[in-house]
Design a protein around this ligand. Structure first.
Ligand code: 6GU
Length: 283
């Protein structure tokens, strides 16, 4: 996978060369390139922001540096101002038999269909759609991702509007809180999808078991224990010494359901949900 990350604080992305993403880079599975947005400015002060039209607090990131950055990083993208007949598929990855299973959901619009296999732009913003494990799984199969880290009060909205015509674009949020910029969020999503790239993690079975994976109905993970059997007066549950694999599996499932009910009732599959007295059932 080719991964381009654009930021005005490229040093913020340095931790990506450590640990898991670092190994994926060394092994050649990920070709990571971090870029300073100011490279695409032309004035003496390397200006990337300006005051918002319509007034208001804060600064808005100017469209020109972002436009030039995307032109350079995704050079094969079709140019929208010159309408192309018959929805071209980018030549370098256009063949149907090369497409990954995640790339062509049936509900995709005609315009989107032309972009199947095209580079994918992820714009980090608190107003984006929530990042999920399912999206991480999709991203792990992409050939070329570009992550745009916004700062200040956001990026001029025309940047995304323009990009949508030539590449697949997702505006992504990592949760309902506000960060000063998208860099920390870019670190988070990169760690989440890089470990799902085939070949990055030694034992793929460990992936299926963990929280938020599809393997266990989306339940949170059951509690785990290791030696010693007694520690500071606390015992490992007896069932785990029983050797009854069926019973152990049942106990773990029960624990996972109860933990999910307590912490994340929104994740409970419908058949495990209990009617809570007093809760509105219709609008
Ligand atoms: Cl992706 N960016 C910023 N600035 N704040 C966020 C976020 C992203 N996700 C949650 N909060």
């Amino acid at each position: 996978m080719r991964l381009d990350i654009v930021s005005i604080f490229p040093d913020y992305l340095a931790p990506l060369s450590l640990s898991l993403p670092g190994k994926a880079i060394e092994s050649g599975l990920v070709d990571l390139r971090v870029h300073d947005l100011r490279r695409w400015t032309h004035d003496r002060h390397r200006t990337v922001d300006d005051t918002p039209y319509g007034g208001g607090a804060g600064m808005v990131m100017k469209p020109e540096p972002w436009g030039e950055a995307l032109d350079e990083l995704v050079p094969d993208a079709p140019v929208p101002d010159a309408p192309v007949p018959d929805a071209p598929v980018p030549a370098q990855l256009g063949r149907d038999d090369e497409l990954q299973g995640n790339q062509a959901p049936d509900d995709r619009s005609q315009d989107d269909r032309a972009l199947v296999g095209a580079p994918r732009l992820l714009v980090m913003t608190p107003s984006g759609r929530p990042f999920t494990q399912a999206l991480a799984g999709e991203l792990a199969l992409e050939r070329h991702l570009v992550i745009a880290c916004g700062r200040y009060e956001g990026i001029d909205a025309r940047v995304v509007e323009h990009a949508r015509a030539r590449m697949r674009v997702d505006e992504i949020s990592i949760g309902d809180y506000v960060l000063n910029g998208g860099e920390a969020a870019a670190l988070v999503i990169t760690e989440a999808f890089v470990r799902l790239i085939p070949g990055v993690i030694g034992n793929p079975e460990s992936l299926a078991e963990e929280s938020h994976s599809a393997g266990h109905d989306g339940l949170l993970e059951y509690p785990v224990y290791t030696k010693p059997p007694s520690w500071r007066g606390l015992q490992v549950p007896d069932i785990l010494f029983s050797g009854h694999h069926g019973e152990i599996a049942r106990w773990r499932r029960e624990q996972a359901v109860e933990k999910t009910r307590a912490r994340r009732p929104d994740l409970l599959p419908a058949e495990l949900r209990e009617i809570i007295v007093g809760e509105a059932t219709s609008s």
